[in-house]
Design a protein around this ligand. Structure first.
Ligand code: C2E
Ligand code: CA
Ligand code: CA
Length: 246
């Protein structure tokens, strides 16, 4: 892995009530000198299998801090990071970012953690780690929600703050397919558990309208903005958008 060919892109998460930006998801980008851009969908699984994922996650965080530390100290938006199963099984990453944020003078609330249910080796163990983050003031997002176990009984025991409805359910909106009604139940369940809801992969005005109508808190997707390099993201925030609370 040519780590010097790595960068971070930022994709805004937008409040459906105010239209302002609540935060952004940090997405890893790797450009191979010969092959060009390589999709994270292709190399993240390889990094997980080979044990390189931990150093990748660390470099990812450090790169994002280089881009964003100044703006996270003063701005009110958060940046969310994707963690792998390895990162959710130990306190190693928590210890690292806690020390680093303290050094940089950044409040833990400015950093959110995205974890997938599939990415838990063991739910009880993952919850111990989730609690560490939660109690330190980080928000925990359950990523790709609806594609894993997703049962109410299991969710209510996790110290989580936000669910991210998977793109598959957003795609199904207004298609009349069986899947299209599932999202209504997911939203109702999340509300019953007092969780905030972010929908991912929003691509059309019709999807955005549906999500807003059903009380989803925030949206992320090409309809609002593509993932973009740090300078473009900071311009995007400055230019025409206000910041909002999730
Ligand atoms: P994810 O966490 O579900 O991230 C969302 C993916 O959907 C991103 O793909 C994003 O570019 C894409 N996306 C956003 N909006 C839209 C939309 O409106 N339409 C469509 N078709 N796609 C949209 P990306 O950047 O290729 O990342 C793929 C996956 O790789 C991520 O899925 C995540 O699981 C993983 N990943 C990315 N960065 C990291 C990282 O730093 N660490 C770890 N462990 N995994 C990462
Ligand atoms: Ca994610
Ligand atoms: Ca996702």
């Amino acid at each position: 892995l040519g780590l010097n060919h790595m960068s971070v892109h930022y994709q805004p998460q937008v409040s459906l009530t105010t239209g302002g930006i609540t935060g952004a998801e940090a997405l890893i980008r790797w450009t191979d000198p010969e092959m060009g851009p390589v999709s994270p969908g292709a190399f993240i699984p390889l990094a997980e299998d080979s044990g390189l994922i931990e150093s990748l996650t660390d470099i990812m965080f450090e790169t994002a801090m280089r881009d964003m530390a100044e703006h996270l100290r003063t701005g009110s938006f958060y940046i969310s990071f994707n963690l792998s199963a390895h990162d959710m099984a130990k306190s190693r990453y928590f210890d690292m970012i806690s020390a680093r944020l303290h050094e940089l003078g950044i409040a833990p609330a400015k950093i959110a953690i995205e974890a997938t249910e599939r990415g838990f080796f063991d739910v009880a163990q993952a919850n111990d780690i989730i609690k560490l983050y939660h109690e330190a003031g980080h928000s925990i997002f359950i990523d790709d929600f609806g594609t894993g176990y997703s049962s109410l009984s299991y969710l209510q025991h996790l110290a989580i703050d936000v669910i991210k409805i998977d793109k598959a359910f957003v795609d199904a909106i207004d298609t009349g397919s069986a899947t299209s009604s599932v999202i209504i139940h997911i939203i109702a369940m999340a509300k019953q558990l007092n969780l905030k809801i972010v929908a991912e992969g929003v691509e059309t005005a019709a999807q955005a309208g549906f999500l807003k109508l059903h009380g989803v808190d925030a949206g992320q997707g090409f309809y609002y903005a593509q993932p973009m390099p740090a300078n473009a993201f900071l311009r995007y925030i400055d230019q025409d958008r206000d910041l909002a609370d999730l």
